[in-house]
Structure formats: structure tokens, C-alpha cells
Design a protein around this ligand. Structure first.
Ligand code: ADP
Ligand code: MG
Length: 720
């Protein structure tokens, strides 16, 4: 009997309800109580000091030492009063996730609690074990973390956590946050310049992000009894349950009570940390859920998402639940994404992607709308690369997630508007004409009011007042796609500005110049627009005709980072140097290889040590039975048939596992990282994973349930 599985299942009956207490139903009374941000600084710093800090934050400038000392001192007092004992620089290394190294405020030599401005501003963790893609060799392990004052400090447990960037001694960036901050600065500069063609009062443009986080929940004991979930974050075997998501009864259904309690508790913890979580619901697959916060400035929103993942994992533990952020933990049911809702908002409060009731403002809206589509058209492959993770390879194009082909959905109404603008652009506009009326631009607000159509199959969709980048994976750090998206839009906006300025210099009227460039962009970027079913076979063919790429796996997708065009783009806006781009790709490829290696080992071990022995044992029972039947003169044809089938599956498993091991040995000798990653993708993952899985999953249906060692899908996916 398969003891581990049945013991794990027995634990389910022992689960008791975890009591969750909300401090007060009035969330505003405790929202952000563990945050030391701009408001807390305003309250605790001298007005002159506060002004310096807030200006530095707004203008992306350095903070001087005296100011940093004042902030550190105020933060320390605030944290100590709340029971903190330690502080840490909190950063996002390229391994994924977040990292921290705690120091106590208590200085034993001086016998007092201390926190200096220099400690707030910079730390030097011995970070030799973080990947640097060859930039920083281990023997000179110096990397340092530097305070990011644009994201608030927070008290986590008893530790004051300070959001920081992580850079090497020689100044190269080693984290996810640094390039994001640079891309956000680039888009601020470019968008402000374009806005000033319309409104001189606009001084800054801020990018916003609202990320909808999908995740799976499984009982902790069941998780522990699945070595594949523990080691690889996804189940490598498991037959689909008789009932999956076909009844479509999970989506928006009643939340199971254990999960509901877990959600309530992690939301409370998030609110205390100033994370504005708002929406919760069941997702499409059984045991799949979603949480969405209110949107915030991209950098803060992303820090909050990273922190939220940690909060969810910790609170999950308390509820004996494991929270799975992998993009595809279970085959046969939907995978998980992290839809990035994104827009640009001016410091005068205008959402640049929201059409308005004034025709003049709609030209501003159309400028950003069309330029963004053009940017996606120009850099579609780079955008595809930005969402490449090992887990997302299982999801993109798997008939339920956005396809790996990048396209933009804008809805029937906006399509009509762009078609109109393109056509009517031929109309000659004279001085004194009402250009807006002639072009039909003043009709947009009416149209948009009922623009409710949604396309769940598009990787990049306009949703009325924002774009939704739906192809981002659930485990990913949004900083990576957000860096690329903001960068490509920044670049396109600058090009737009240059083209318009050139026309104006040649004597063209400003509005006409703007419309002319927009018309050109509409024509040039038409190919990237797709309104149909992104999951369909026809789209794959149509995209091929349009010469849009369909890059199905991570090692190949990453090539787009290294093209001359991409490298120039990163360098032009000082987001990443050529060396940094190369180093990052090296790290990603290494990460990919390791993940496939781990999965291959898990598959091999589970198949050979768990599945094959189980199948042989069961087969022996059948052989006894067949012999017994024969002795009695009873027909044993069916039993013999099953014995043969089991033998065939065992052979398939053994042969393929052996061959896969040989392939790995061969590939491991390859020195070129890129070639090795491609080989792991094609010659290990693609060639063997499914083949072995099919044989194992068939055996699951043949072998007596009592004997089966792995917790089954139906047991994991329907939480009790
Ligand atoms: P959906 O219908 O896609 O669920 P919601 O209005 O619920 O749309 O928004 C989903 C996410 O988009 C939320 O996180 C929300 O805060 C965010 N969002 C809304 N408006 C914007 C915006 N202008 N910029 C960025 N994110 C936004
Ligand atoms: Mg959405």
C-alpha cells in the first residue's frame, strides 16, 4: 500500500479551521500601518528636510548625506516604537524572488540602537552567490545595495525593510529593479515631451501598473507527498481527473472555506503593508484563484507584488496550504498568469489612455494609443522575450493562455476610429477647418462609452482606459516585462516627437503634423493588430502570412534581447549596457538549463523509483491471478492483456529515462550556454518529457488505486 499518499490524505481530516481576526472592519484604520513612506516622512521630518526628500524622489535625484541621516533617524524611531529590532536592505536579485540580510539596530559596542544615513543609503551584502552572468567573479564578490527612496520602507515581522537596487562594485546592475527605474525615467521624459505639444503644464508622466495575480492552492500534506511539486513547482505526472474545468463551475464560484480564510488573512497582512489588494475570486481551473490590487505607480506596484507573494506563502503555511505560483502546475487545466494592466498618467491627473469628451484631448489620447501600438509592432520580439520564463513556456500558446505570437487587440470601436483616421487623413484640411470634426476624432468619447468588448485570447489588449499585457507569467517579476514595455514606448514617443518637430520646422501646422505621423503609424503597424481568436489554428497561419514570429520556447525567445536593434535601444536610453544585456541573457539561459535539468531528474527518479516498482508489484499480483484462473480453467485473456499493457508502459518508461540520461550527459559537455539551453529544450524536454509522462499517466489508470504512490490530481485539485 502506498503509505505516503494515504497518510497525506488522512491529514486532511485533521485540518481545523484557522481563526482569522480582522483588527477592525474599517480597513482605512489600519491600512499602511506598517509602512514608512512619504506620508510618514512628512509627519516626522523637518519641513525643509522633507521638501528635499520629496523633490529628490519626484525628479529621480540623489539624496545628500545630511538628509539621509535625518530620514534614517526618523525611520529608526518609527520602527523601534513598533517593536522592530533589525533592519534590512530588501532587493530583487536575478535569481527571482527577493533577498534580504538583516542587521540589528543594536550596536553592542556603543550599547545603543543606531541607524545611520549611510546604512540606509548603502549596504554591502556578501552576495557572491547571486548570479551575475560573469560580470562579477566570485573572488571579488563585491556588490552593493542602494536605497530606492521612491518605494516606501516597511516593517515586516520585526525588521525594517528598505527597498533597494543591487549593483556590482563596478556599477553594473545585478537586479530586476534597477533597469525598471531607468526605463520608468525614460518613459517619463519622453511622454512629458510629447505631452507638452498639447499642454505645457505637464511636468511628469508616471506609468501605472495593476497586476492581477493568479495562483493555485493545494493542501500542504498533499504537496509534501508530491516530490515534483516540491522540487520543480509543477506536477510532472498525473492523469486528468474525470472532472476538470469542463463544467465551468469553478470560475467566480463560491470560494472554498479554507481558501477563503487564507485569503482574508493574507489580505489583512497586505493592507497593513500598504498593498492595496482589492479583488478576489475563483479562477477557471479547480483550485485556481486570483487576487488583484488597485493599480499604483509601476515600481511600487511591482515591489508590492513581490512582497505579496511572500506574504501569501507565509500565511498559506499557517493554514496548512501551499500556494503555487508556477505558470503550469497541472497539465490539462488552465495555467496561471499575471496580467499587467498598464497606463501612463500625467502629474496633472490625466490618464493618457482614457478617451475624453473633448476632441482636443482625444488627439492626445490617440497619440499615446497609436504610438503604443507602433512600439509593440516595432519590438514585438523583444516584448515576447520579456515574458520568457521556463514556466511560461508551458502556458503560452497552450490553447488557454495568450499565444506566443505578439499581437494587439483594440476592439471594434477603436478599430473603426483608426480606420476612419487613416482614410480621412487623405482629406485636405484647410486653415480654419474644424480638423477634429473632419477626422471624426470628436466622436471617440461616445463610441468608447460602450466599448465593453473583451478579448481574453489576446496577449496585449486595450481595455478602455489601459492596456492589459496578459502574457506575463504568474511567477515572473513584473519588472522585466515592465522594463521592456516602458522602454519601447519611451523610444517610440521620442521618435514621434522628432518626426512631428521636423514637420513643424518645415512649416506644417502642429495638429496636422501630429495627425500625419499618426496616420503613418496606423499604416505601418497594422500587421500587429488582431481582433480574432488568438487560440485558433487560423491565427497561427495568418500570423505566419503576416510574418509575425511565433517563438515557442524561452531559449529562442531570448535571442531578441541580443539583436543590434535591442541592444541599441537599451543603450540609447541608458537602461542596460551591452555587457549587462549579455550578462542577463547568460543568467536566464543558465536558469533555464537548471530548471530543465531539475525536472528531468525528478521525472527520472519518480518514474524509476516510484512508478516502475509499483507497476511491477501490481503486475506480479496480476500474474498470480492469471495463473490461478488458468489453473481453474477460467479464461484469463483480459488479465493477460493488462499484464502485457503494463509491460509495454514499463518498457517505454525505462527506455526513455535511460535515453534521456544519455542525452543530458552529452549536452552537459557543451560549453556554449545558448547551444546547451537549446539542446535541453529540444533534446531533453521536448523529446522525452511528454513521452514518459504519457506512459506513467496510462499506468495510473491501470494500477490498483490502493497501490498508486503519487497523490492524484482529483485529490489535490478539489480542496476539502
Ligand atoms: P478587469 O475587467 O480586467 O478585471 P479591472 O478594472 O478590474 O479590469 O482592473 C484590473 C486591474 O487593472 C486592477 O489591478 C486595476 O487597478 C488595474 N487598472 C485599472 N485602471 C488602470 C490604469 N489606468 N492603469 C493601470 N492599471 C489599471
Ligand atoms: Mg483584467
Amino acid at each position: 500500500m502506498a503509505t505516503l499518499r494515504f497518510e497525506a490524505l488522512k491529514k486532511l481530516d485533521e485540518r481545523v479551521k484557522v481563526h482569522v481576526e480582522i483588527p477592525t472592519p474599517n480597513i482605512s484604520q489600519f491600512f499602511g500601518e506598517n509602512v514608512f513612506g512619504i506620508e510618514q516622512m512628512r509627519a516626522t521630518l523637518a519641513p525643509a528636510v522633507f521638501k528635499k526628500v520629496s523633490n529628490a524622489i519626484k525628479n529621480h535625484e540623489k539624496i545628500d548625506e545630511a538628509t539621509a541621516d535625518a530620514v534614517a533617524s526618523a525611520a529608526k524611531s518609527w520602527a523601534l516604537a513598533k517593536g522592530a529590532t533589525h533592519f534590512t536592505h530588501w532587493f530583487q536579485p536575478l535569481t527571482g524572488g527577493t533577498a534580504e540580510k538583516h542587521d540589528s539596530f543594536f550596536d553592542a559596542l556603543a550599547g545603543i540602537e543606531r541607524f545611520k544615513g549611510s546604512e540606509l543609503v548603502q549596504q554591502e551584502p556578501d552576495a557572491s552567490s547571486f548570479p551575475s552572468g560573469g560580470i562579477r567573479s566570485t573572488f571579488e564578490a563585491r556588490g552593493y545595495t542602494a536605497w530606492d527612496p521612491t518605494s516606501p520602507m516597511f516593517l515586516y515581522g520585526r525588521t525594517l525593510s528598505i527597498p533597494t537596487v543591487f549593483v556590482s562594485y563596478t556599477g553594473e546592475t545585478l537586479d530586476a529593479k534597477s533597469p525598471l527605474l531607468k526605463a520608468l525615467k525614460a518613459v517619463d521624459t519622453a511622454a512629458t515631451q510629447v505631452c507638452q505639444l498639447f499642454d505645457k503644464d505637464i511636468q511628469h508622466v508616471v506609468a501605472s501598473l495593476g497586476s492581477e495575480q493568479e495562483y493555485f492552492v493545494v493542501d500542504k500534506s498533499l504537496y509534501m507527498a508530491r516530490p515534483d511539486l516540491v522540487m520543480a513547482g509543477r506536477s510532472v505526472f498525473g492523469h486528468s481527473p474525470a472532472r476538470g474545468q469542463q463544467l465551468e463551475d469553478h470560475y467566480f464560484g463560491t470560494i472554498p472555506s479554507r481558501v477563503y480564510d487564507f485569503m482574508r488573512e493574507f489580505e489583512i497582512e497586505c493592507w497593513k503593508l500598504g498593498i492595496p489588494v482589492r479583488t478576489r475570486h475563483n479562477e477557471v481551473a479547480p483550485s485556481q484563484f486570483e487576487v488583484a490590487p488597485l493599480f499604483e505607480e509601476v515600481n511600487v506596484a511591482n515591489d508590492h507584488n513581490q512582497l505579496m507573494l511572500d506574504v501569501m506563502s507565509r500565511v498559506g503555511e499557517k493554514h496548512s496550504l501551499k500556494i503555487l505560483f508556477h505558470e503550469k502546475p497541472f497539465a490539462g487545466v488552465n495555467g496561471s498568469g499575471k496580467h499587467n494592466n498598464w497606463s501612463l498618467i500625467t502629474d496633472t491627473g490625466v490618464n493618457l489612455y482614457a478617451p475624453s469628451s473633448s476632441a482636443r484631448d482625444n488627439l492626445l489620447f490617440l497619440t499615446f494609443f497609436i504610438t503604443t501600438i507602433k512600439a509593440v509592432h516595432e519590438h514585438a520580439d523583444l516584448l515576447r522575450a520579456s515574458i520568457a520564463t521556463p514556466g511560461n513556456d508551458f502556458r503560452l500558446g497552450a490553447n488557454e493562455a495568450p499565444p506566443a505570437i505578439v499581437s494587439v487587440f483594440i476592439g471594434a470601436q477603436m478599430t473603426a476610429v483608426l480606420d476612419e483616421l487613416e482614410k480621412k487623413g487623405n482629406v485636405k484640411i484647410e486653415k480654419g477647418d474644424n480638423m477634429y470634426m473632419k477626422l471624426g476624432i470628436d466622436q471617440i468619447p461616445e463610441i468608447i462609452l460602450d466599448a465593453t468588448d473583451r478579448n481574453r485570447t489576446s496577449p496585449f489588449a486595450f481595455t478602455g482606459n489601459k492596456f492589459e499585457f496578459r502574457a506575463v507569467g504568474s511567477s515572473d517579476n513584473c519588472a522585466t516585462p515592465m522594463t521592456v514595455l516602458n522602454l519601447i514606448v519611451a523610444d517610440q514617443l521620442l521618435l514621434f516627437y522628432e518626426e512631428v518637430s521636423n514637420m513643424i520646422d518645415k512649416g506644417e501646422e502642429k495638429r496636422i503634423a501630429i495627425v500625419n505621423v499618426l496616420r503613418k503609424y496606423i499604416k505601418e503597424s497594422k500587421n500587429i493588430r488582431f481582433e480574432g481568436d488568438g487560440y485558433s489554428e487560423e491565427w497561427v497561419k495568418e500570423a505566419e502570412k503576416r510574418k509575425l514570429n511565433n517563438i515557442k520556447n524561452m531559449p529562442r525567445a531570448l535571442d531578441a534581447y541580443l539583436t543590434k536593434k535591442s541592444v541599441e535601444l537599451f543603450e540609447k536610453h541608458a537602461v542596460l549596457s551591452h555587457k549587462e544585456v549579455e550578462a542577463r541573457n547568460e543568467i536566464r539561459l543558465e536558469g533555464y538549463i537548471k530548471r530543465v535539468q531539475i525536472e528531468a531528474r525528478v521525472i527520472g527518479d519518480l518514474a524509476m523509483n516510484h512508478i516502475v516498482p509499483t507497476a511491477i508489484n501490481y503486475q506480479s499480483k496480476l500474474i498470480n491471478n492469471a495463473n490461478g484462473l488458468k489453473g481453474l480453467g477460467v479464461d484469463n485473456k483480459n488479465v493477460v492483456q493488462t499484464i502485457k499493457e503494463i509491460s509495454e508502459h514499463i518498457d517505454t518508461i525505462k527506455q526513455n529515462v535511460r535515453a534521456m540520461i544519455e542525452e543530458r550527459k552529452r549536452i552537459n559537455k557543451m560549453t556554449d550556454t545558448h547551444k546547451r539551453a537549446i539542446a535541453y529544450c529540444d533534446d531533453v524536454k521536448e523529446k522525452y518529457f511528454e513521452m514518459i509522462r504519457e506512459a506513467v499517466d496510462d499506468l495510473e489508470l491501470l494500477v490498483d488505486d490502493e497501490d498508486w504512490p503519487l497523490v492524484k490530481y482529483r485529490e489535490m485539485l478539489f480542496l476539502r
